[in-house]
Design a protein around this ligand. Structure first.
Ligand code: ADP
Length: 473
């Protein structure tokens, strides 16, 4: 079985969040399970791309409106990632340093999907199934059914994975001229509320879709940034498959980013060494519990709550804890945190994206706070647990599926119900009480490190879903 994952991100080539982690891991485990899974993504001006050797496999041009763009398909030469990786390079559009954030993003992702399909159509290299990830590959199921240019790919099964329903790739209808020529009588499949909506088109046209947790599958019926009724209407083809952890990258026993490696048997000394090092780097007091936040500064992550929470912690828990934040994103949230830097309250804040530091924080922290309003799966809590850090989470989406409060029997964290300063601070208060109960704290810490969040089960579920779709033909 030959499957192509189509994605904007793939770790370690390009990652801004969980999408990159998943697409960098799942295909590897699928290949180990015996299918042939590859990744096709845009070319970015990134260190991985610069430092690896590439074979040119195809070259041609596409027309976008009145412009012509040359494109090249490059394949990574060594197979170092555990799967075949193809990049679509389009000078002038897909040859930039960042994954997102350009004014012509719609043009970029239309061209990416167009060039990729034109290559596969011309060479007859089409897969048994396209696995499309989020809105960046959302037009593929529509294009292969409705564009005469991709006739050899028509009828190929498609699976869509919704990693984040908040971002939908909206564009005005004037962008339709940039697309490969399609059967215009089918325009309604692209439309949602008067705009071209690639995520909506993906859900309408795919053979099946899945979310990255079961909890999130159901939440989309009532909160999907405008697409609620679509998810309700299409629910018969919806599934929930939880993400896993790539043990090759995320294992405290072998993680090269850590000061000291450790297993669950050595959790006490291992975490202490990592905590001492991080606390000394950030001027924190290693004798106090360390609570951290890692993530995008976005409303959906509850990052706007960090500043008022720090204010409250300063008032109520001064001298009783450390709080460390690593994140980037919304500039207003960043500004709101600025006053807490260098206040001498055992608060430390690192702005930016820093892969190495994120590993060190998971290893050094006692607790990881996730006050998310929306959390499709959440990988941070899984990494935290693997590194012996107890998650303090809001009861939503994938967090609900993976974290159970300490009052329950199978407890592995601290859970609060809704996002408010009071609820977050009171959950942190409970975390501090747990920290003081050294025996229970140590027991939970050991236990969470041994939980199985590997890709094993989910890899099988994806392959089963592929088989069901392909056998439907
Ligand atoms: P998202 O919704 O952002 O994709 P996930 O929990 O699915 O959330 O995945 C987040 C991933 O991004 C994790 O690997 C996390 O460690 C990483 N991450 C988020 N922000 C940062 C940052 N500022 N620096 C380093 N890694 C980060």
């Amino acid at each position: 079985m030959k499957v192509y994952h189509i994605s904007a991100e793939c770790y370690p080539v390009a990652k801004t969040g969980g999408l990159g982690d998943v697409v960098g891991a799942l295909p590897k485990y699928q290949n180990q399970a015996g299918i042939q899974a590859s990744v096709i993504m845009p070319w970015y001006d990134k260190p991985f791309v610069q430092n690896h050797s590439w074979v040119r496999v195809y070259e041609s041009e596409i027309r976008q409106g009145s412009q012509f763009f040359n494109y090249t398909i490059l394949k990574e030469e060594t197979g170092v990632l555990g799967f075949d990786l193809y990049l679509v390079r389009i000078p002038g559009l897909l040859d930039r340093a960042e994954v997102y954030g350009y004014a012509d993003e719609a043009d970029q992702f239309i061209a990416f999907q167009h060039a990729m399909l034109a290559w596969l159509n011309a060479t007859g290299l089409g897969p048994d199934l396209f696995h499309c990830h989020d809105h960046h590959s959302g037009l593929i199921p529509f294009f292969i059914e409705n564009c005469a240019d991709f006739a050899t790919l028509k009828g190929t099964p498609t699976l869509a994975t919704v990693h984040n329903g908040q971002y939908q790739g909206w564009m005005g209808w004037h962008k339709a001229v940039l697309m490969p020529a399609f059967d215009s009588s089918r325009w309604g499949l692209l439309d949602w509320d008067g705009l071209i909506n690639p995520l909506a088109a993906l859900i309408k046209c795919c053979w099946a879709y899945n979310t990255v947790s079961r909890g999130y599958l159901e939440e989309l019926f009532s909160e999907a940034n405008g697409l609620e009724s679509l998810f309700v209407a299409e629910q018969n083809k919806g599934f929930g498959i939880i993400n896993g952890i790539d043990d090759d990258t995320w294992d405290p026993a072998s993680d090269a980013y850590l000061v000291t490696n450790f297993t669950s048997a050595k959790v006490l000394t291992g975490k202490r060494a990592n905590k001492l090092s991080l606390c000394s780097e950030y001027g924190l007091d290693a004798s106090l519990p360390l609570i951290s936040f890692i993530g995008r500064f976005a409303f959906e992550k509850g990052a706007d709550m960090l500043a008022p929470v720090l204010e409250e912690l300063k008032a109520s828990y001064s001298g009783r804890l450390n709080f460390l934040i690593l994140g980037s994103g919304d500039s207003k949230i960043q500004e709101s945190l600025q006053p807490f830097i260098d206040q001498g309250n055992n608060f430390a804040i690192e702005f930016g994206y820093n892969e190495q530091l994120s590993h060190q924080i998971y290893a050094a922290s006692d607790f990881l706070l996730m006050p998310s309003r929306v959390e499709p799966c959440g990988l941070n809590q899984l990494y935290a647990m693997k590194y012996g850090t107890i998650p303090v989470v809001r009861n939503i989406g994938g967090l609900k599926d993976t974290v159970t409060d300490i009052v329950e029997q199978k407890s592995n964290g601290i859970v609060f119900q809704s996002v408010s300063v009071d609820n977050i601070v009171s959950a942190i208060g409970r975390a501090l009480s747990l920290y003081e109960d050294a025996k229970l704290f140590g027991r939970i810490r050991k236990k969470i490190m041994k939980l199985d969040h590997s890709w094993n089960k989910s890899t099988k579920q994806y392959i089963q879903l592929y088989e069901n779709l392909i056998n439907r033909l």
